[in-house]
Design a protein around this ligand. Structure first.
Ligand SMILES: [Zn+2]
Length: 155
C-alpha cells in the first residue's frame, strides 16, 4: 500500500494538527510554519493530487466554498481586515489552499533598492513557485502584452 501523504495523515489524525474548522469533506488547520499569525491550510479530506485545476469542478467549488467560511472565521476571530489566499500543492502533493489573514492593507514604504533586491532574489530563486502579491514596478511593454494576449486567446 502506498504511503499516505502528510495531509492525509493529518486528516486521519495519525499526525497532530491545530484545527480551526472542519466539515464532512474538508479540514482547516494552522500552518506550523507561519509567515504571519493565523496562516491556515485548508484541505479536502479526500486525497487529490496537488494541482487544484485538475480537480473535478464540483469538488473544487466545494473546497472554495469551505475556504470562504474559514476565511470569514479568521477575519472575525483574529481581527483580520481580509484573508489572502493561494492554491498550492507543490511541496505536498495534496491540493490545498493557504489563507493569510492580513491585519492591515496599508502599504509600507519600501526602499526602492531593497524592493529590487527582493524581487531579483525571488526571480532567481531555486523555487519557481515563489509568488508575491505586489505588482511589479516596471510596466510591461504594450507589444509584449499584445503578443501574450493573442497567444493565450489562441489567435
Ligand atoms: Zn493526501
Amino acid at each position: 500500500m502506498e504511503k499516505k501523504c502528510l495531509f492525509c495523515r493529518i486528516v486521519s489524525k495519525e499526525e497532530p494538527s491545530y484545527s480551526v474548522m472542519e466539515d464532512a469533506k474538508h479540514l482547516a488547520f494552522l500552518d506550523v510554519f507561519p509567515l504571519i499569525e493565523g496562516q491556515t491550510i485548508v484541505v479536502p479530506k479526500e486525497h487529490h493530487g496537488g494541482y487544484a485545476f485538475d480537480m473535478p469542478e464540483e469538488e473544487l467549488k466545494d473546497l472554495m466554498s469551505f475556504t470562504q467560511k474559514v476565511a470569514k472565521r479568521l477575519d472575525s476571530q483574529l481581527g483580520a481586515e481580509r484573508c489572502m489566499q493561494v492554491l498550492q500543492g507543490y511541496a505536498i502533493d495534496h491540493v490545498h489552499t493557504k489563507l493569510f489573514p492580513v491585519k492591515t492593507l496599508k502599504a509600507k514604504v519600501v526602499d526602492e533598492k531593497m524592493y529590487r533586491s527582493l524581487v531579483m532574489t525571488l526571480r532567481e530563486s531555486w523555487y519557481s513557485g515563489v509568488i508575491i502579491s505586489m505588482s511589479g514596478r516596471d510596466r510591461e511593454s504594450d507589444e509584449k502584452l499584445k503578443k501574450l494576449s493573442e497567444k493565450i486567446e489562441g489567435r
